[in-house]
Design a protein around this ligand. Structure first.
Ligand SMILES: *Cc1c(COP(=O)(O)O)cnc(C)c1O
Length: 394
């Protein structure tokens, strides 16, 4: 009897052989500067918990209070019976925070992308997409059935060449880019992209998942960073990173938001965000509006860590954000480095293909406002020791 699933064993073995198998570690503690990882205490260099909000007492208290009042689940999709007053409030508060006309929330950033791209473009249309865009953007583009043209990463020059060559052959056009690229920590040149896009009647969309709560004034994101208020048609965001919770958002032009209430498929066919999620997100928005303290601490930490890593001789790529890639090259070396860090009490994940291109494997260190200076020093020491041991630095 042939097993019709034997191919999976073979494929998994291939992943092991290539050093690309995902070893998933399990946390036995809340998010924070320190974690219990597979039963062992370790310094956390992996989470997207930029501001330390994932286990913040204010967010926890807000979630508990809301659950006492509203229970746990929304009970339906937003369009039928799942829109509670707190969902409407979160939509409004996020729009205010971002300084845009309107916003609409989804279950995650991933579903926000799956909602908005197919709602804006279809079979007769074209999408110009940065070559390194996030998987959820790519999937949203594919779902739309529009023609997808990738332009060179972060190149407004190549974008213009592609627009010039192809735009006229299609009905509508969408230009879409990550704001902060999550694997390298570099920024899209959104000002230049805006300038180019203007001349070709294209909708401009940015996915600011790693920018919200991080870049711009008080963490208001990449549109604020480039002072492009009112010029970007669609901003996608997530509440799973700096906001420390879960949920996605599309913010921007009120017409787009209204259209998504009618045609955003994950809005129509998947249930609303849960009550504790919504309440915790509302609290996170309040905190970000009250003070820039956490965002400032995040940047102090990030600048310190990156400067010290460069002094030790590590290649931290072209990051201009708290995302700190430690470039190692081949995937097996990155995995070995990660194992040795873990033995030294530091949790730093190795990333390889297909998360990053082949030959560009790395440890990606995620700096957080939750880290104390001593935590960062301890991490630097571990990098120094392991880096020397594996011949990565002298
Ligand atoms: C993380 C990420 C997402 C997905 O966000 P979730 O809310 O976790 O689903 C989408 N886009 C980009 C660019 C991201 O980095």
């Amino acid at each position: 009897m042939t097993d019709k699933l034997t191919w999976i064993d073979e494929e998994l073995q291939n992943l092991h052989n290539a050093g690309l198998y995902n070893h998933i570690r399990t946390l036995g503690s809340p998010q924070g500067a320190w974690l219990v990882v597979d039963g062992k205490k370790a310094l956390n260099f992996c989470s997207n918990n930029y501001l330390g909000l994932a286990n913040h007492p204010r967010l926890v208290a807000a979630a508990k209070k809301a659950m006492d009042q509203y229970g746990v689940g929304p009970g339906a999709v937003r369009t039928i019976a799942g829109t509670m007053d707190m969902h409407v409030k979160l939509d409004q508060r996020l729009a205010e925070f971002k300084g845009v006309d309107a916003a609409i929330t989804f279950q995650s950033g991933f579903t926000a992308n799956l909602a908005v791209i197919p709602a804006l473009v279809g079979k007769e249309d074209v999408i110009f997409s940065d070559a390194l865009n996030h998987a959820s953007i790519i999937d949203g583009c594919r779902l739309s059935r529009a023609k997808i043209i990738a332009y060179e990463h972060a190149s407004a020059t190549d974008l213009e060449l592609q627009l010039k060559a192809h735009r006229a052959n299609f009905r509508r056009a969408l230009v879409v880019t990550d704001g902060v690229f999550s694997m390298d920590g570099d920024l899209a040149p959104l000002d230049e992209i805006y300038a180019v896009t203007q001349n070709y009647e294209a909708i401009l969309m940015v996915d600011d998942a790693h920018g919200e709560g991080v870049v711009g004034k008080g963490g208001r994101g990449i549109v604020d960073h480039f002072k492009l208020h009112g010029k970007v048609d669609v901003e996608v965001g997530t509440m799973s990173k700096a906001f420390g919770v879960m949920g996605g958002v599309v913010a921007g032009n009120a017409k787009v938001v209204e259209w998504l209430r009618q045609r955003g498929r994950p809005f129509l066919f998947s249930s609303a965000m849960t009550i504790p999620d919504v309440a915790a997100c509302l609290e996170a928005v309040d905190m970000l509006e009250e003070s820039t303290e956490l965002v400032d601490k995040l940047w102090d930490n990030a600048n310190y860590f990156k400067k010290e890593m460069a002094t030790l001789g590590f290649d931290t790529g072209k990051s201009v954000t708290p995302i700190t890639p430690v470039m190692l090259g081949e995937a097996p070396l990155a995995q070995e480095f990660s194992r040795k860090l873990y033995e030294a009490g530091v949790f730093g994940m190795a990333l390889g293909f297909p998360t990053v291109p082949r030959g560009k494997a790395r440890i990606r260190v995620m700096i957080s406002a939750a880290h104390a200076r001593e935590d960062l020093d301890l991490g630097l020491e571990a990098f120094l020791r392991v880096g020397r041991q594996l011949g990565v630095i002298a």
